[in-house]
Design a binder for this molecule. Structure first.
Ligand SMILES: Cc1cc2nc3c(=O)[nH]c(=O)nc-3n(C[C@H](O)[C@H](O)[C@H](O)COP(=O)(O)O)c2cc1C
Ligand SMILES: [Fe+2]
Ligand SMILES: [Fe+2]
Length: 383
């Protein structure tokens, strides 16, 4: 329970295979919803339809016979709003609260018919009694209709998808890594929009953040804001460390990546992290590529281009506005290596990327001369 008046009524989803149809969530996912019990009763968002029964049971228990006056829809994406119809079936007299875009998008999923609506805009307030909600629009964090609301009596920010994380609440795992993987993959592209919301939030006295996924945040708010500041400005967190991502057909490029990791490990105190783009979680690899200032990309040549997993990885990085990194390249090819040239071409136009020399070009197995080149690459990427 958050307070006697603001209660958590969300649900954990631990049998979901992939979140948003693509992200591995080994610790599950939570869909958060809250009820504010005052003279008027407001519910913030619903949950994914997968878990609607648990949600409605939690809500009924918290209401203890009362009926909600308002359902505030901060975000229309189905992980939060797909239970709307089921909610309306039980509480047909509720007033749905959203902005103009909220209702436009809701109509894509539901026929709202005669359901009562309250259309709000930036800065509008909704008095509930002792509590008052003030609406803060947050377009493209993560959809165009997204809004947050600030409850001024208990100083709570209902922050929509922002400040969420992968992982069920029951998992109680550390926040940073799964919040980073969640943010960079899901919202990463929209750094400037997140910046705009952070500026608005700076004007509010926030004691608790209630995101739509993961735990509420209170004493860690300064730390969390600091991370969001970095993530939304594409500022790498780790300078003293190297992330090496490889895509290898027959294992020789993988071996070169491992050799490079060993060489670098002998030169620095920071971490050297390796990812096999074919086998490891690509969302985690993307998250690491943002986190580390220094990134090495190693790939086999494949049909005069790149092994597809590296191609895909570069495509994803660019789609999320990846920028501000020092990059080393390793290629492998048996007859006409093309991987480095292709990676360089892919990186053209990516903001503030420095590709260091030498680019290591290997033909088949890693040989003595390649080790010298890898050593030179290690020095260059660390310089
Ligand atoms: C389907 C396929 C396509 C390939 N295309 C090329 C190519 O266009 N040019 C080249 O030099 N090597 C090509 N190769 C060879 C690989 O790049 C070669 O095996 C290289 O040593 C890769 O190192 P690895 O052991 O990390 O996969 C290809 C290999 C396969 C299996
Ligand atoms: Fe979302
Ligand atoms: Fe969400």
């Amino acid at each position: 329970m958050l307070s006697s008046d603001i209660r958590y009524i969300g649900v954990d989803d631990i049998d979901i295979d992939l979140f948003e149809g693509q992200y591995m969530v080994p610790a599950g996912m939570s869909y958060n919803s809250y009820v504010i019990l005052d003279e008027k009763v407001a519910v913030t968002d619903t949950v994914d339809l997968r878990k609607v029964d648990g949600f409605l049971a939690n809500l009924a228990a918290a209401l203890d016979g009362r009926k909600p006056d308002y359902l505030i829809v901060h975000h229309v994406e189905p992980d939060h709003a797909s239970s709307l119809q089921r909610f309306l079936d039980v509480y047909p007299d509720v007033t749905v609260v959203g902005n103009v875009k909220t209702f436009q998008l809701l109509e894509n999923y539901f026929a709202l018919g005669s359901t009562a609506r309250l259309v709000v805009k930036e800065g509008d307030t909704l008095p509930l009694g002792k509590h008052t909600l003030q609406f803060v629009t947050a377009p493209m964090v993560h959809w165009p209709e997204v809004m947050m609301s600030y409850e001024s009596t208990e100083k709570v920010l209902f922050s929509a998808d922002a400040f969420g994380k992968f992982g069920a609440r029951a998992a109680e795992e550390p926040w940073d890594d799964e919040a980073r993987r969640y943010y960079l993959n899901i919202v990463g592209k929209y750094g400037p929009q997140v910046q705009a919301v952070l500026k608005k939030a700076a004007g509010l006295d926030i004691q608790t953040i209630c995101p739509l996924h993961g735990p509420e945040l209170d004493e860690t708010i300064p730390h969390v804001l600091d991370l969001y500041q970095k993530w939304s400005t594409y500022t790498p967190e780790i300078e003293d460390g190297v992330f090496i991502a490889y895509a290898s057909l027959h294992g020789n490029t993988a071996l070169a990546a491992e050799r490079l990791a060993e060489i670098i490990d002998g030169k620095i105190s920071g971490d050297v992290l390796l990812a096999d783009l074919a086998r490891d979680d690509s969302a985690e690899a993307l998250s690491c590529a943002f986190q580390y200032k220094r990134v090495v990309l190693a790939a086999s040549t494949y049909n005069a281009g790149l092994m597809p997993f590296m191609d895909d990885f570069l495509h994803h990085l660019k789609a999320k506005n990846w920028q501000n990194h020092v990059v080393g390249l390793i290629e492998n090819g048996s007859w006409a290596p093309m991987a480095a040239k292709t990676m360089k071409a892919e990186l053209e136009g990516v903001k503030n990327i420095t590709v260091v020399e030498p680019v290591v070009s290997i033909r088949g197995a890693v040989k003595e001369a390649d080790l010298a080149s890898l050593n030179a690459l290690a020095d260059a990427i660390l310089a």
